[in-house]
Design a protein. Structure first.
Lengths: 160, 265
């Protein structure tokens, strides 16, 4: 598969374009991350539950929006900072709700990533053309056995 | 149809609860590269800026990472070439007003003792430390996700840096079609991180016609790994039919590295 090709010969054969060969020191890279969403809430109405199974799945399309501006290739990852949600309005009640019951997927489709305390890559690109939006759908699994009230988790978005 | 209506209703009910703010952090480097010499320090600079509309507290810290499947893995931190314990940053925390920037000094202190030849690595993370408070007045059943953001600047320090030109050891193992374009599999068997400063793909249809040249951006090859580099194809390549594909990369060796494949577009 691999061949090593003399530079001068590559030029002569038209294999390369001058503009494509910039010195390493000329690399420009300015990854920037803009957090459009600082907090997202998923409301789970009683009507969302299946009366037979006692389960509900609630999706908030585009519930989290981030923006990236980068002149070099980058990846975005996400993780939760704790393995379980923290109950805000009913502390001490019910069993801990695992963050694995929350999923994130690129808005409009794509593969959903189950949230955990390990980083999962959720999107990547070679570069952007400016501030590009990256929206994600939130998908929450709920059972009627979960304690009522509001539970919270912190999600950490990582770009490198 | 019922489920669609339900989803729409839930989306609409959730929409007013989404708090928005433009917390924006940027760094001026994707990576920092230096050398590593016993008993010597290296001082590197990093510019952190806030182009958002609100002031934001920032924390800066080193964090080690492992290489898994050719990619940085920030979940598994300990390994013999981890650089984090040799790195300090200053200032480690500060507030950034809208439009302001702050220079951060990164000191790499090799310390005493023998070092193996090759790259050592870590990352400098710049994190917006502001955490939104729980939304007041929210009632009923539901979940809140509070979002924090951070940017990683990969840091590499080479012990016994290589001379130029670099050895001819990088190889293109394969080129294959993907739904988005092409995947170029490139092996870097050395103990050093390599920077591919430039690369180009040439697609020549067997049926004749103009050769399409697709330059793609610089990328890094982590030490001792095979990386899959994704290349998006521009309009005009799809539909060329059976074609010869040449991938040419330049990482600073005496010769360029060329890989070839015959693929259908």
């Amino acid at each position: 598969m691999t061949r090593h090709f003399p530079r001068q010969l590559a030029w002569a054969c038209g294999l390369v374009m001058a503009a494509a060969f910039l010195p390493v020191s000329g690399r420009a890279a300015k990854p920037a991350l803009r957090q459009i969403t600082t907090i997202a809430t998923i409301a789970v109405p009683a009507s969302a539950f299946d009366l037979v199974t006692g389960q509900a799945e609630v999706t908030v399309p585009g519930g989290i929006v981030m923006q990236v501006d980068s002149s070099s290739s980058w990846k975005m990852q996400v993780r939760a900072t704790s393995a379980t949600f923290t109950y805000l309005t009913a502390p001490g009640t019910g069993k801990p709700k695992p963050v694995a019951e929350l999923q994130l997927r690129p808005a409009g489709g794509g593969t959903a990533s189950v949230i955990s305390t390990s980083y999962r890559t959720i999107t990547s690109s070679s570069k952007t053309t400016g501030w590009d939006d990256y929206a994600f759908d939130l998908i929450l699994q709920v059972t009627s056995a979960d304690a009522g009230g509001l539970y919270s988790v912190t999600l950490e978005f990582n770009v490198y | 149809m019922k489920s669609t209506r339900l989803l729409l209703a839930l989306a609409l009910s959730a929409a007013p609860l989404l708090a928005s703010a433009a917390a924006t952090i940027a760094v001026d480097r994707a990576e920092l590269v230096t050398d590593l010499v016993p008993d010597q320090k290296r001082i590197l600079k990093l510019q952190v800026s806030n182009s958002g509309a609100e002031a934001t507290p920032i924390t800066v810290y080193p964090e080690d990472w492992q290489i898994t499947n050719g990619e940085p893995d920030f979940n598994n931190q300990t390994h013999p070439r981890a650089l984090g314990r040799r790195v300090t940053v200053s200032p480690a925390s500060f507030d950034l007003a809208p439009g302001a920037s702050q220079e951060v000094t990164v000191v790499v202190d090799a310390g005493p003792g023998k070092l193996e030849a090759g790259s050592y690595w870590s990352a400098i993370f710049v994190q917006s430390a502001r955490l939104a408070p729980a939304a007041p007045g929210t009632s009923g059943r539901g979940a809140q996700m509070r979002i924090v953001e951070r940017i990683g600047v990969l840091l590499f320090a080479d012990s016994a840096p290589e001379g130029k030109p670099l050895p001819p050891d990088v190889a293109i193992n394969g080129i294959k079609r993907t739904p988005q374009g092409l995947d170029i599999s490139i092996n870097n068997p050395s103990a050093y991180m390599r920077l591919v400063s430039s690369a180009i793909i040439s697609v020549t249809p067997f049926a004749g016609g103009e050769t399409k040249k697709i330059p793609f951006h610089s990328f890094r090859l982590l030490p001792g790994t095979t990386s899959a580099i994704a290349v998006e194809l521009p309009a005009g390549v799809t539909g060329l039919g059976r074609s010869s594909v040449l991938a040419v990369i330049d990482y600073g060796a005496k010769d360029l590295v060329v890989g070839e494949a015959r693929l259908i577009f």
